[in-house]
Design a protein. Structure first.
Length: 170
């Protein structure tokens, strides 16, 4: 594959972010369509069939607690959050893969917000997963900043020809 290792790393990270955004969008849509009764039944089946280990284990208890929160008032927030978060990620990934320069400052600002929120929640809840997500988003932000600097310097992308016509050809 043409390009440097960091360029390939950025493209891979963007593709993962896009996949993550798609999963969030689909999860938000599914949560909007599935009622509390169906969600409770799904939770009971998952826990009863030991798909998360022991039904009295920490993972099963967290899964059940999450279902209880989503069946209550947190449901609307979760649907809106997952849907908007997924759409935002997908839109930014598409724009960055197309090298739309105005998207880079927006992506940097959004990633800064994600990092701040994830780090705050990680510190408040002790979640190593949120800490890892914040670290991953920080790495992606560094790669996005690097790519934006390269693009604004007017150099062609390392993985192919520039997206402008050659002289004399239309």
């Amino acid at each position: 594959m043409p390009g440097t290792t960091t360029d390939r790393l950025l493209r891979a990270a963007l593709l993962l972010k896009g996949l993550d955004g798609a999963v969030e969008l689909l999860s938000g849509a599914a949560l909007a369509l599935v009622g509390p009764r169906e969600l409770g039944e799904l939770t009971r089946r998952v826990v009863a069939h030991h798909l998360l280990g022991s039904p009295r284990g920490a993972l099963a208890e967290r899964f059940t607690a999450g279902e209880a929160a989503l069946s209550g008032g947190d449901r609307t927030f979760a649907v809106v959050y997952l849907t908007l978060h997924g759409l935002l990620k997908l839109g930014l990934v598409v724009a960055l893969l197309r090298e739309l320069r105005p998207a880079y400052p927006v992506a940097i600002a959004v990633l800064t917000g994600f990092i701040g929120y994830e780090a705050y929640r990680a510190a408040r809840t002790g979640s190593w997963a949120l800490g890892a997500a914040a670290a991953l988003d920080l790495l992606i932000m560094v790669l996005v900043v690097r790519e934006y600097r390269r693009l604004t310097a007017g150099r062609p992308p390392p993985w192919g020809s520039p997206r402008r016509p050659r002289r004399g050809t239309w």
